[in-house]
Design a protein. Structure first.
Length: 241
């Protein structure tokens, strides 16, 4: 627990020294650990040459519990800081992962992610999201894809369904070090045909692993479309009780 607190303090200090629109960057595997309780901190900081996109920070803190062998649930809160706003709590999230089959039982591991996001501000819409989780291992290479659909509702909603996907390929060196690459794309509304530069597309190197009860997932993502932040640094930490 001390290692988790120290690592979290260092990261928060480094990010706050730089000052913080995108959600946190995390790719979900179709896996559930029954009975496991964990605390999570998902952090990202983005910089951009456009002033309205520069110095964005997202901090998501949550508690996850493996209810059964096929269902895990998590409650979390997100704190955000944009260039023109102060640091504030923006949403409360309820996330669920459902995995109908044991990993490796079939050729492709499959899961479903369901999220309800409640805004804490009366004039901001809520959001519901679902993701199809796919994963396949070839030797020491692990390939994971998340396909997402989301829709906001409540006060001042934007009509239409948003779509997107994320992809990761990593190489298992050992349990403490798995280097890889990740790509995230927010494709926009299904009823629109946005060109590439109107979509939010980022890609970059990442590494993952765990030391004892602490799991880390960190990397640097670079915007490859005009709508994306130029550079985003991410760090996701998890402590298993």
């Amino acid at each position: 627990m001390k290692l988790f607190r120290h690592a979290l303090y260092i990261v928060l200090y480094a990010l706050s020294a730089a000052n913080a629109y995108a959600d946190y960057y995390k790719i979900y595997s179709p896996q559930v650990a029954e009975g496991e309780v964990s605390a999570e901190a998902n952090l990202n900081y983005s910089s951009d040459n456009h002033k309205n996109l520069d110095h964005y920070m997202s901090q998501v803190y949550g508690i996850e519990y493996g209810v059964t062998s096929f269902w895990s649930t998590e409650v979390s809160g997100e704190i955000e800081k944009a260039s023109a706003t102060s640091t504030r709590l923006t949403t409360i999230k309820w996330e669920n992962i459902l995995v109908p089959f044991k990993p490796g039982e079939y050729w492709l591991d499959v899961g479903l992610y369901l999220e309800f996001e409640k805004s804490v501000h009366a004039d901001v819409p809520n959001n519901a999201e679902t993701q199809l989780l796919l994963e396949k291992r070839f030797g020491d290479f692990i390939n994971t894809t998340n396909l997402s659909l989301s829709h906001n509702f409540g006060p001042h909603p934007v009509s239409g369904v948003d779509s997107g996907f994320s992809w990761r390929t990593k190489y298992h060196v050992n349990d403490m070090f798995e280097p890889g690459i990740e790509y995230y794309s927010n494709l926009g509304k299904l009823n629109r045909d946005d060109d590439f530069n109107r979509q939010d597309n980022v890609v970059g190197p990442v590494m993952q692993g765990h030391f004892g009860d602490v799991t880390y997932d960190t990397g640097v993502l670079f915007g490859v479309s005009s709508s994306a932040h130029d550079v985003t640094v991410k760090l996701n930490l998890e402590y298993e009780f």
